[in-house]
Design a protein around this ligand. Structure first.
Ligand code: AKG
Length: 295
Protein backbone atom coordinates (compact mmCIF):
# COMPACT_ATOMS: atom_id res chain seq x y z
CA UNK A 1 0.00 0.00 0.00
CA UNK A 2 1.49 3.45 -0.89
CA UNK A 3 2.81 5.37 2.17
CA UNK A 4 0.44 8.28 1.52
CA UNK A 5 -2.50 5.92 2.10
CA UNK A 6 -0.90 3.80 4.83
CA UNK A 7 -0.39 6.91 6.97
CA UNK A 8 -4.00 8.07 6.82
CA UNK A 9 -6.28 7.46 9.84
CA UNK A 10 -8.63 4.47 9.76
CA UNK A 11 -11.23 6.28 11.88
CA UNK A 12 -12.13 9.97 11.30
CA UNK A 13 -10.06 12.02 13.77
CA UNK A 14 -13.16 13.70 15.15
CA UNK A 15 -14.75 10.29 15.85
CA UNK A 16 -11.69 8.85 17.62
CA UNK A 17 -11.23 8.73 21.41
CA UNK A 18 -11.50 11.77 23.72
CA UNK A 19 -7.71 12.17 23.82
CA UNK A 20 -7.42 12.47 20.02
CA UNK A 21 -10.27 15.00 19.99
CA UNK A 22 -8.63 17.04 22.74
CA UNK A 23 -5.42 17.11 20.65
CA UNK A 24 -7.43 18.15 17.58
CA UNK A 25 -9.05 20.99 19.57
CA UNK A 26 -5.64 22.11 20.72
CA UNK A 27 -4.36 22.06 17.16
CA UNK A 28 -7.37 24.00 15.83
CA UNK A 29 -8.69 26.10 18.75
CA UNK A 30 -10.81 28.14 16.33
CA UNK A 31 -12.82 24.93 15.61
CA UNK A 32 -12.90 23.59 19.17
CA UNK A 33 -16.69 23.92 19.53
CA UNK A 34 -17.31 22.27 16.14
CA UNK A 35 -14.99 19.38 17.06
CA UNK A 36 -16.64 18.92 20.48
CA UNK A 37 -20.13 18.96 19.03
CA UNK A 38 -19.35 16.53 16.20
CA UNK A 39 -17.54 14.18 18.56
CA UNK A 40 -20.23 14.15 21.26
CA UNK A 41 -23.44 14.71 19.31
CA UNK A 42 -22.60 13.75 15.72
CA UNK A 43 -23.46 17.16 14.29
CA UNK A 44 -22.17 20.73 14.38
CA UNK A 45 -23.60 24.02 13.14
CA UNK A 46 -21.14 26.31 11.37
CA UNK A 47 -21.19 29.61 9.56
CA UNK A 48 -19.09 29.06 6.43
CA UNK A 49 -19.62 32.60 5.04
CA UNK A 50 -20.99 31.57 1.69
CA UNK A 51 -21.29 34.29 -0.91
CA UNK A 52 -24.80 35.79 -0.37
CA UNK A 53 -25.17 36.15 -4.16
CA UNK A 54 -24.75 32.34 -4.49
CA UNK A 55 -27.38 31.76 -1.77
CA UNK A 56 -29.75 34.06 -3.71
CA UNK A 57 -29.07 32.31 -7.01
CA UNK A 58 -29.66 28.85 -5.52
CA UNK A 59 -32.88 30.07 -3.84
CA UNK A 60 -34.16 31.35 -7.18
CA UNK A 61 -33.16 28.04 -8.78
CA UNK A 62 -35.10 26.07 -6.12
CA UNK A 63 -38.19 28.22 -6.60
CA UNK A 64 -38.02 27.90 -10.38
CA UNK A 65 -37.02 24.24 -10.80
CA UNK A 66 -38.76 22.50 -7.93
CA UNK A 67 -42.35 23.23 -8.89
CA UNK A 68 -43.34 19.61 -9.56
CA UNK A 69 -40.52 17.73 -7.90
CA UNK A 70 -39.60 17.19 -4.28
CA UNK A 71 -35.82 17.37 -4.82
CA UNK A 72 -33.15 17.96 -7.41
CA UNK A 73 -30.13 15.74 -7.37
CA UNK A 74 -26.86 17.12 -8.73
CA UNK A 75 -28.27 20.53 -9.66
CA UNK A 76 -24.64 21.68 -9.96
CA UNK A 77 -24.73 20.18 -13.46
CA UNK A 78 -27.04 23.02 -14.53
CA UNK A 79 -26.47 25.77 -11.89
CA UNK A 80 -22.89 26.79 -11.15
CA UNK A 81 -23.80 28.47 -7.82
CA UNK A 82 -24.83 25.04 -6.44
CA UNK A 83 -21.38 23.74 -7.37
CA UNK A 84 -19.72 26.75 -5.73
CA UNK A 85 -21.55 26.10 -2.42
CA UNK A 86 -20.41 22.46 -2.63
CA UNK A 87 -16.72 23.25 -3.23
CA UNK A 88 -16.59 26.23 -0.83
CA UNK A 89 -12.98 26.19 0.35
CA UNK A 90 -13.58 26.89 4.11
CA UNK A 91 -15.90 23.85 4.28
CA UNK A 92 -13.48 21.57 2.40
CA UNK A 93 -10.57 22.70 4.61
CA UNK A 94 -12.55 22.28 7.82
CA UNK A 95 -13.75 18.75 6.93
CA UNK A 96 -10.23 17.74 5.90
CA UNK A 97 -8.89 18.87 9.30
CA UNK A 98 -11.68 17.12 11.23
CA UNK A 99 -11.46 13.80 9.38
CA UNK A 100 -7.70 13.61 8.68
CA UNK A 101 -8.22 12.84 4.98
CA UNK A 102 -8.90 15.18 2.05
CA UNK A 103 -12.65 15.89 1.77
CA UNK A 104 -14.40 16.02 -1.58
CA UNK A 105 -18.05 16.68 -2.47
CA UNK A 106 -19.66 14.02 -4.66
CA UNK A 107 -23.38 14.85 -4.72
CA UNK A 108 -25.79 17.72 -4.13
CA UNK A 109 -29.51 17.74 -3.32
CA UNK A 110 -31.71 20.83 -3.34
CA UNK A 111 -35.10 21.20 -1.73
CA UNK A 112 -37.74 23.92 -1.75
CA UNK A 113 -39.88 22.52 1.07
CA UNK A 114 -39.39 20.12 3.99
CA UNK A 115 -38.82 16.50 2.94
CA UNK A 116 -40.65 14.78 5.83
CA UNK A 117 -38.18 11.97 5.12
CA UNK A 118 -38.20 9.17 7.70
CA UNK A 119 -35.20 8.94 10.04
CA UNK A 120 -32.17 7.24 8.49
CA UNK A 121 -28.38 7.47 8.52
CA UNK A 122 -26.33 8.17 5.43
CA UNK A 123 -24.17 5.10 6.09
CA UNK A 124 -26.95 2.99 4.54
CA UNK A 125 -26.78 5.05 1.35
CA UNK A 126 -23.09 5.93 1.18
CA UNK A 127 -20.54 4.06 3.20
CA UNK A 128 -16.81 3.79 2.94
CA UNK A 129 -14.03 1.42 3.90
CA UNK A 130 -12.61 2.32 6.31
CA UNK A 131 -16.07 3.22 7.52
CA UNK A 132 -17.47 6.65 8.56
CA UNK A 133 -15.42 8.66 6.04
CA UNK A 134 -18.50 10.41 4.73
CA UNK A 135 -20.58 13.34 5.96
CA UNK A 136 -23.43 15.60 4.92
CA UNK A 137 -23.48 19.38 5.00
CA UNK A 138 -27.02 20.78 5.14
CA UNK A 139 -27.14 24.47 4.21
CA UNK A 140 -30.08 26.77 4.93
CA UNK A 141 -30.86 29.02 1.95
CA UNK A 142 -33.37 30.93 4.11
CA UNK A 143 -34.18 31.23 7.84
CA UNK A 144 -35.88 27.97 8.85
CA UNK A 145 -39.22 28.13 10.66
CA UNK A 146 -40.19 25.42 13.19
CA UNK A 147 -43.46 25.04 11.22
CA UNK A 148 -41.72 24.37 7.89
CA UNK A 149 -40.71 20.76 8.74
CA UNK A 150 -37.11 21.44 9.74
CA UNK A 151 -34.35 18.87 9.59
CA UNK A 152 -34.59 16.56 12.61
CA UNK A 153 -31.65 14.62 14.07
CA UNK A 154 -30.86 12.41 17.03
CA UNK A 155 -27.68 13.44 18.88
CA UNK A 156 -25.50 10.54 19.96
CA UNK A 157 -26.92 8.11 17.39
CA UNK A 158 -23.74 8.45 15.29
CA UNK A 159 -21.99 6.23 17.85
CA UNK A 160 -24.17 3.21 17.03
CA UNK A 161 -22.67 0.35 15.04
CA UNK A 162 -23.07 0.73 11.32
CA UNK A 163 -25.91 -1.30 9.94
CA UNK A 164 -25.37 -3.49 6.90
CA UNK A 165 -28.15 -4.75 4.68
CA UNK A 166 -27.53 -8.36 5.71
CA UNK A 167 -28.13 -7.32 9.39
CA UNK A 168 -31.78 -6.46 8.65
CA UNK A 169 -34.68 -8.78 9.28
CA UNK A 170 -37.54 -9.55 6.87
CA UNK A 171 -36.89 -9.10 3.15
CA UNK A 172 -34.11 -6.60 3.93
CA UNK A 173 -35.89 -3.86 1.98
CA UNK A 174 -35.69 -0.12 2.63
CA UNK A 175 -38.90 -0.31 4.75
CA UNK A 176 -37.22 -2.96 6.92
CA UNK A 177 -34.31 -0.54 7.31
CA UNK A 178 -36.64 2.34 8.33
CA UNK A 179 -38.41 0.09 10.83
CA UNK A 180 -35.06 -0.95 12.29
CA UNK A 181 -34.02 2.71 12.70
CA UNK A 182 -37.34 3.67 14.33
CA UNK A 183 -36.87 0.79 16.80
CA UNK A 184 -33.26 1.86 17.52
CA UNK A 185 -34.39 5.43 18.33
CA UNK A 186 -36.96 4.02 20.74
CA UNK A 187 -34.62 1.44 22.31
CA UNK A 188 -31.80 3.94 22.94
CA UNK A 189 -34.13 6.78 23.96
CA UNK A 190 -32.55 9.21 21.48
CA UNK A 191 -34.24 12.62 21.75
CA UNK A 192 -34.84 14.67 18.58
CA UNK A 193 -33.35 18.09 17.91
CA UNK A 194 -34.43 20.38 15.08
CA UNK A 195 -32.34 22.37 12.60
CA UNK A 196 -33.66 25.90 13.06
CA UNK A 197 -30.78 27.39 11.09
CA UNK A 198 -30.47 30.93 9.82
CA UNK A 199 -29.85 31.59 6.15
CA UNK A 200 -26.23 30.82 5.28
CA UNK A 201 -25.61 28.57 8.29
CA UNK A 202 -24.76 24.93 7.67
CA UNK A 203 -25.04 21.76 9.71
CA UNK A 204 -22.44 19.02 9.34
CA UNK A 205 -23.77 15.56 10.16
CA UNK A 206 -21.63 12.50 10.74
CA UNK A 207 -22.15 9.58 8.36
CA UNK A 208 -23.98 7.51 10.98
CA UNK A 209 -26.10 10.26 12.58
CA UNK A 210 -29.80 9.42 12.36
CA UNK A 211 -31.66 12.31 10.73
CA UNK A 212 -34.68 13.08 8.56
CA UNK A 213 -37.31 15.71 7.81
CA UNK A 214 -39.85 16.58 10.52
CA UNK A 215 -43.57 17.17 9.89
CA UNK A 216 -44.54 20.31 7.98
CA UNK A 217 -47.16 21.86 10.23
CA UNK A 218 -47.64 24.83 7.87
CA UNK A 219 -47.76 23.67 4.25
CA UNK A 220 -47.47 27.26 2.96
CA UNK A 221 -43.94 27.62 4.29
CA UNK A 222 -40.88 26.89 2.18
CA UNK A 223 -37.67 25.39 3.61
CA UNK A 224 -35.10 25.99 0.92
CA UNK A 225 -31.92 24.05 1.47
CA UNK A 226 -28.95 22.37 -0.12
CA UNK A 227 -27.44 19.11 1.08
CA UNK A 228 -23.93 18.36 -0.12
CA UNK A 229 -22.54 14.90 0.52
CA UNK A 230 -18.79 14.51 1.02
CA UNK A 231 -16.45 11.54 0.91
CA UNK A 232 -12.77 11.47 1.89
CA UNK A 233 -9.71 10.46 -0.10
CA UNK A 234 -8.08 7.05 -0.21
CA UNK A 235 -11.13 4.94 0.78
CA UNK A 236 -13.33 2.44 -1.00
CA UNK A 237 -16.85 3.81 -1.53
CA UNK A 238 -19.94 1.63 -1.52
CA UNK A 239 -23.74 1.62 -1.13
CA UNK A 240 -24.99 -0.78 1.57
CA UNK A 241 -28.57 -0.32 0.31
CA UNK A 242 -27.52 -1.97 -2.97
CA UNK A 243 -25.48 -4.75 -1.37
CA UNK A 244 -25.91 -7.85 -3.51
CA UNK A 245 -27.20 -10.42 -1.03
CA UNK A 246 -27.21 -13.32 -3.52
CA UNK A 247 -23.60 -12.82 -4.58
CA UNK A 248 -22.47 -11.44 -1.22
CA UNK A 249 -20.85 -8.49 -2.97
CA UNK A 250 -20.80 -4.79 -2.09
CA UNK A 251 -22.04 -2.24 -4.61
CA UNK A 252 -18.84 -0.30 -5.21
CA UNK A 253 -19.03 3.35 -6.34
CA UNK A 254 -16.57 5.52 -8.19
CA UNK A 255 -17.85 8.91 -6.96
CA UNK A 256 -17.34 12.13 -8.90
CA UNK A 257 -15.20 14.68 -7.04
CA UNK A 258 -16.79 18.06 -7.81
CA UNK A 259 -13.80 19.96 -6.44
CA UNK A 260 -11.31 18.34 -8.81
CA UNK A 261 -13.86 17.48 -11.51
CA UNK A 262 -12.89 13.86 -11.81
CA UNK A 263 -14.12 10.45 -10.79
CA UNK A 264 -12.41 8.85 -7.83
CA UNK A 265 -11.62 5.17 -8.08
CA UNK A 266 -12.34 3.17 -4.95
CA UNK A 267 -9.13 2.17 -3.25
CA UNK A 268 -8.74 -1.55 -3.92
CA UNK A 269 -6.72 -2.05 -0.74
CA UNK A 270 -9.85 -1.32 1.29
CA UNK A 271 -12.29 -3.59 -0.48
CA UNK A 272 -13.03 -6.93 1.15
CA UNK A 273 -14.14 -8.16 -2.19
CA UNK A 274 -11.76 -6.66 -4.69
CA UNK A 275 -12.78 -5.67 -8.16
CA UNK A 276 -10.85 -7.38 -10.92
CA UNK A 277 -8.77 -5.18 -13.22
CA UNK A 278 -11.24 -6.03 -15.97
CA UNK A 279 -14.09 -4.60 -13.83
CA UNK A 280 -12.03 -1.53 -12.95
CA UNK A 281 -11.19 -0.87 -16.58
CA UNK A 282 -14.85 -1.31 -17.56
CA UNK A 283 -15.88 1.18 -14.85
CA UNK A 284 -13.20 3.69 -15.89
CA UNK A 285 -14.37 3.49 -19.47
CA UNK A 286 -18.02 3.95 -18.39
CA UNK A 287 -17.13 6.93 -16.17
CA UNK A 288 -15.03 8.56 -18.87
CA UNK A 289 -17.89 8.30 -21.33
CA UNK A 290 -20.33 9.76 -18.78
CA UNK A 291 -18.05 12.53 -17.47
CA UNK A 292 -20.14 15.59 -16.59
CA UNK A 293 -19.67 19.05 -18.14
CA UNK A 294 -17.75 21.77 -16.30
CA UNK A 295 -19.75 24.03 -13.99
O1 AKG B 1 -33.43 17.84 4.32
C1 AKG B 1 -33.99 16.89 4.83
O2 AKG B 1 -35.12 16.96 5.31
C2 AKG B 1 -33.32 15.54 4.89
C3 AKG B 1 -32.24 15.36 3.87
C4 AKG B 1 -31.57 14.06 4.04
O3 AKG B 1 -31.97 13.27 4.86
C5 AKG B 1 -30.40 13.64 3.28
O4 AKG B 1 -30.00 14.33 2.34
O5 AKG B 1 -29.82 12.58 3.62
Amino acid sequence: MPARIRNLPDVPLVEQDAQTCAALMQQYPEHAETIRSLHEKGYAIIDPEFDPADLDTVQTYCRRELKNKDRIQDGWLSEAAIGRLAVHRPVLDLLTKLYGRQAFPFQTLNFEVGTQQKPHADTFHFNSAPERFMCGVWTALEDISPDAGPLVYYPGSHKLDILERRDLSGDKTYSDYEAHIAAAIEAHGFAPEYGLLKRGQALIWSANLIHGGSRRSNLDLTRMSQVTHYYFAGCAYHTPLDYNLEQDRPFVRQPFDLSRRKHVLSNRAHLDQQLSWREILAQRWHLWRHRPPRF
